[in-house]
Design a protein around this ligand. Structure first.
Ligand code: NAP
Length: 244
């Protein structure tokens, strides 16, 4: 299983759970080598198999190298988790510039298209592969639009949802299922990147379950969709949002 952005947060929890479920895991990271190495060390010390691979998924040459390194170090790919994603400081649209929009859409949608393309070349029955699964990590923002905070991020996740539906139909006859998880209010570093590390505490009371979620709770949904347990589901979504 190749997991993008697996050095921290939801991706790291997914890597640990995948290893518990006997996947050999490629732990992709962008800049934080120490965090990725820590995830790999934890998996290896528990008897699992994992490697850390640096790649910026918004760069095509990096994505190509990420997959060829995964082939070389772990062998046949059976699952891709398109988890890496970014957001930037909360602001309204009139303050956003083109450079920001470019960064958000390249990291949150172009990168996922490129990773899926490389996975299809390896997993599709049409290309001599053995089938597999793709799980996209979207967001509740695709439904809410995230007004006054980051509608650019929300729009990139809306695009990811349309991508999930279209690609699931494109690949259904080729042994590849494509699904998505839509988390919200999960305790990770991403809220600090938006300029509000305490965001979950501010909105907690409006969440029906009255708390933020854990990375493990999202990882459980991702692993269900990535595994044979979800064998009759494709083009579908699991919201992990505390009922919101
Ligand atoms: P996070 O804690 O900020 O971690 C982000 C991860 O993505 C890190 O491993 C980071 O690597 C990696 N990354 C960032 N840009 C990358 C790039 N260009 N290429 C490769 N890797 C890159 O984020 P998170 O909260 O776990 O979020 C994971 C996913 O869940 C994202 O798609 C996010 O949109 C989605 N999500 C999160 C929440 C939430 O409440 N946390 C809610 C809805 C959706 P480095 O460590 O090397 O920087």
């Amino acid at each position: 299983m190749l997991i993008t952005g697996a050095s921290r947060g939801i991706g790291a929890a997914t890597a640990l759970l995948a290893a518990e479920q006997r996947f050999a895991v490629a732990v992709n990271y962008h800049q934080n080598k120490a965090a990725a190495d820590k995830v790999v060390a934890e998996i290896i010390s528990a008897g699992g198999t994992a490697v850390a691979i640096q790649a910026d998924i918004s760069k095509e040459e990096d994505v190509i190298r990420l997959f060829s390194e995964t082939d070389r170090l772990l062998g046949n790919l059976s699952s891709l988790v398109n988890n890496a994603g970014i957001l930037e400081r909360q602001m309204r649209l009139e303050d956003m510039d083109a450079a920001r929009l470019q960064r958000i859409f390249t990291a949150n949608i172009t990168g996922q298209f490129l990773c899926a393309r490389e996975a299809i070349k390896r997993m599709s029955l049409k290309h001599g592969g053995q089938g597999g699964t793709i799980v996209n990590v979207s967001s509740i923002a695709a439904r809410t639009g995230a007004p006054n905070e980051y509608i650019d991020y929300a729009a990139s996740k809306g695009a990811l949802d349309a991508f999930t539906i279209g690609l699931s139909k494109e690949l259904a006859k080729e042994g590849i299922r494509v699904n998505a998880v839509r988390p919200a209010f999960i305790y990770t570093d991403i809220h600090a990147a938006g300029g509000e590390p305490g965001r979950i505490e501010r909105i907690k009371d409006s969440i029906p379950l009255k708390r933020g979620g854990t990375v493990r709770e999202v990882a459980e949904a991702i692993l269900w969709l990535a595994s044979e347990k979800s064998s009759y589901s494709t083009g579908t979504f699991i919201d992990v949002t505390g009922g919101k």
